[in-house]
Write a protein that binds this ligand. Structure first.
Ligand SMILES: NC(=O)c1ccc[n+]([C@@H]2O[C@H](COP(=O)([O-])OP(=O)(O)OC[C@H]3O[C@@H](n4cnc5c(N)ncnc54)[C@H](OP(=O)(O)O)[C@@H]3O)[C@@H](O)[C@H]2O)c1
Length: 310
């Protein structure tokens, strides 16, 4: 495993992290048992992963509770726990007000059974609370030791700039993967210039870059991905065609598309860690191996040519 320091902290994050929205019954993953969910986190921590990503909304609080139960089995210094708040799943609203964020941090600490959260993200901007006020409150929580670093998620470049001028932003979490490179236009260069790490979410394009889907793949009723543009008719087929071409490169490298996709992200400037999700411990172990895949300039150019075809 490779490690780096989370910017503006002395916390060591692993290049491959773990996304845990499957743990605790997120809509897509209702059939994952709680024990299997906990075993995903154990598989990660037992095999060199230190960076665990959750959020208060995952499983409506249950993800944090289950992750917290597992974390108790490990020394505090062995992991870096990131969680997110500022969206209230009880009434489906976003709330970045200082009062709400303070309460949300307290609730997350309780569910995780910890004294401090290593990285706390505002999950989504609420477009009402001035970014300044939200970041100031997180800075206060940081000086009180309740959180160790501040992150934002799903922020525009303007919102990120504002946040970064009001407080010390360590990380931004955004959708970024081979099939959606929109952040490369503006946010990624800004982050590289300003020492903010980009934590890509959906690194496997929510399953498409797992390489298992074909044109007969149908999303079940209620699957949240039904509203994701990547899965819309026409777009989905284009994405499958790209995956097919990537399979050719993966085969030559004696690997598969999922590991190629993770290694490609890690090769991008500004990305230090990826947080793939999954439902099986085997997937966690498989994803770990992406860290050994080095992509040289020529390969990156070849991949780029394929991705440009979309
Ligand atoms: N900040 C935000 O707003 C936000 C939004 C979304 C996600 N996130 C975070 O990002 C994390 C990752 O995103 P995600 O879980 O939604 O999507 P993802 O990592 O792109 O994809 C996960 C899917 O990939 C498949 N997969 C995993 N490992 C695989 C492997 N080795 N080979 C083949 N397929 C594999 C699994 O499919 P099967 O289960 O079908 O096998 C799983 O459904 C989340 O867990 C969460 O922590 C944050």
């Amino acid at each position: 495993m490779k490690y780096s320091l989370l910017p503006k902290t002395d916390l060591k994050i692993s290049a491959i992290g773990l996304g845990t929205n499957a743990v605790g019954g997120h809509n897509l993953y209702e059939n994952l048992s709680e024990e299997d969910g906990k075993n995903l986190v154990r598989a990660a921590l037992d095999n060199g992963i230190t960076f665990i990503d959750t959020a208060d909304v995952y499983g409506k609080g249950r993800s944090e509770e289950l992750v917290g139960e597992v974390l108790k089995e490990y020394p505090r210094g062995q992991y870096v726990i990131a969680t997110k708040g500022g969206s209230d799943w009880r009434n489906g609203t976003r709330d970045n007000s200082p009062e709400y964020l303070r309460k949300a941090v307290g609730d997350s600490l309780e569910r995780l059974q910890l004294d401090s959260i290593d990285l706390y993200y505002i999950h989504w901007p609420d477009d009402e609370t001035p970014v300044k006020e939200a970041v100031e409150e997180l800075s206060r929580l940081k000086s009180e030791g309740k959180i160790k670093a501040i992150g934002v998620s799903n922020f525009s470049l303007e919102q990120l700039k504002e946040a970064n001028s009001e407080g010390e932003i360590s990380a931004i979490q955004l959708q970024y993967h081979m099939l959606d490179r929109s952040i490369e236009r503006d946010i990624l260069p800004y982050c590289v210039e300003n020492g903010i790490t980009v934590v890509p979410y959906g690194p496997l394009a929510f399953g498409i870059l797992g390489g298992k889907y074909d044109e007969d793949f149908l999303l079940e009723e209620g699957d949240w991905r039904k509203s994701v543009p990547l899965f819309q008719e026409g777009e989905f087929e284009k994405n499958l065609a790209i995956v097919d071409k990537l399979k050719g490169i993966a085969e030559r490298l004696d690997t598969d598309v999922s590991k190629l996709a993770l290694a490609w992200l890690l090769a991008q400037p500004g990305v230090d860690s990826v947080i793939p999700g999954g439902k099986k411990a085997d997937q966690v172990l498989d994803n770990l191996r992406a860290v050994d895949l080095e992509l040289d300039k020529e390969l990156l150019r070849e991949i780029d040519d394929i991705l440009q075809e979309k």
